[in-house]
Write a protein that binds this ligand. Structure first.
Ligand code: SF4
Ligand code: FES
Length: 235
């Protein structure tokens, strides 16, 4: 354990934990868009800024991916922190004025968000879908195109690999903006423009999972495919 000081309060923190993990323990509200507790941190949205005292100098840092160090002092609510978060929210709102997740966070940070016509579902390149696919599903059907140099958050740059995708829909569930659209109708599911055949539960007959997903689970777990064709409600 290490000792850190958050907003003047001395607390014990796990070694290698992030600032955000520790502020969450204290129920300190820090805005985030690209963070998920079950995924690695990415530091893309820059909304989770805090101030950290490093060698006597206060510097801004993203709380979601900055590990704590013994003796570290952190400010979560200084004027500088508030200004930084508001500026980031303004920039995001300027780029994605109709995307509700962005509007909501901008409003919370005091940005005026007049009503806009239309419904935006922009990709803000938060990377949640990419990390979910890789870290939770274990498939890596989504990657960042042109990662690093030349990366431009004006345009969606998520690359979809139809050969790897199993149609599980995890990316659609985790996407904060609704950019990933998934439609399941009858025995078909469409996601990222790929059509998947759905399997009907052998007990109740409800189409409950894509065939490719069950085949993938079968391969990974060595459980025969026909043992997986009962939905969770009927198991
Ligand atoms: S598609 Fe959605 S989850 Fe994926 S990077 Fe874009 S906004 Fe984030
Ligand atoms: S939540 Fe930390 S940079 Fe997005």
């Amino acid at each position: 354990m290490v000792t850190i000081v958050i907003d003047g309060r001395k607390v014990k923190a796990k070694e290698n934990s992030t600032i955000l993990e520790n502020t969450q323990e204290l129920n300190i509200d820090i805005p985030t868009l690209c963070f998920h507790n079950d995924l690695s941190s990415f530091g893309a949205c820059r909304l989770c800024m805090v101030e950290v005292n490093t060698n006597g100098k206060w510097q801004l840092a993203t709380s979601c991916n900055t590990p704590v160090e013994d003796g570290m002092e952190i400010r979560t609510d200084s004027d500088r922190v508030q200004e930084s978060r508001k500026l980031t929210a303004e920039l995001l709102y300027y780029k994605y004025p109709t995307t509700e997740a962005v509007r909501e966070v901008a409003r919370k940070l005091g940005v005026q968000t007049p009503e806009e016509k239309g419904e935006g579902h922009d990709c803000i390149l938060c990377g949640l879908c990419v990390r979910t696919c890789r870290e939770i599903v274990g498939v890596s059907a989504l990657t960042f195109q042109d990662r690093g140099r030349g990366r431009d958050i004006d345009e969606p740059k998520i690359e979809f690999d139809p050969n790897s995708c199993i149609g599980c829909g995890s990316c659609a569930y985790v996407c904060p903006t609704g950019y990933v659209q998934m439609e399941s109708v009858g025995d078909k599911r469409i996601i990222w423009n790929k059509v998947f055949n759905m399997v009907a539960c052998k007990v109740c007959g409800r189409f409950f999972a894509p065939e490719d997903q069950l085949k993938y689970i079968s391969k990974e777990t060595n459980v025969p495919f026909d043992k997986l064709t009962t939905c969770t409600n009927c198991r």
